[in-house]
Write a protein of this length. Sequence first.
Length: 268
Amino acid sequence: MTISTAAALLAALALAAEAPATAPAMAALPDPLGDLLAALGKLTARTPASARFTVRYENSTGEGKDQVKVGGEVSGELADSAAGLEIRWGRALLAQAHEEERRHAVNPDAPTPTRDGLAQVQSIELANRLDAAASLRDELGRATLVEVKVEPLDGVPARVLVLKLAPALQARERRYVKDIDAVGKVWLGADGLPLAAEARVIGKGRIFLIISFETEIRQAWRFTRVGDRLVTVRFEDERRWEGAGDRGERKSAMALELLPAAAPAPAP
């Protein structure tokens, strides 16, 4: 080190020592994703809620003359309260499912749209529809913000968060999936809560070194806020896969209509 360089370094250190002990704090950088997670965390979903829901689905496998298509529609009611989640299926719907089972036992090729429709509905998914804030917060907690912009939703400009998603894969799935691209969007309302969301996931991989596959998932949500709940009033799910000489497609849509709160029981 030269004498001039050493002198300059000593002068800089002296100036630093004379600086005030406390420097002005830097302004916090905007964190739109963090703000959204915080807003979702305030929705506790403790108020009882009930709804009527309808699920439509269509599955197809194979192609050409070997293609097999099945589809159907089922409706029911659900309620979430302090006692837990309750799912109610109408007697006519259950009777139809039982009749389809009887026909299927005689003729394995007989269609069973109602029975299969009941099998499409999962309890945890229904619970997530009435408490979308909790499930959405879990997914967004693994996401990375890419961009904030403004896009129309139903003809009205809305703030949009563009996200890089990180799907939760099991150890076995991570062994086979070699490439995955997952992106999403969340449209926000004036209160900072989601109005809509969408996600697209494309995964490619190989099994046993010789069987390659590709799968694509597209999902879309519409939300509404009801008190301390964020409710999914519509959910669409489309899945496509191809591999090992076969291909398939699954489409489903759930519409949910909130029911009025039950009137309090009269005092004895």
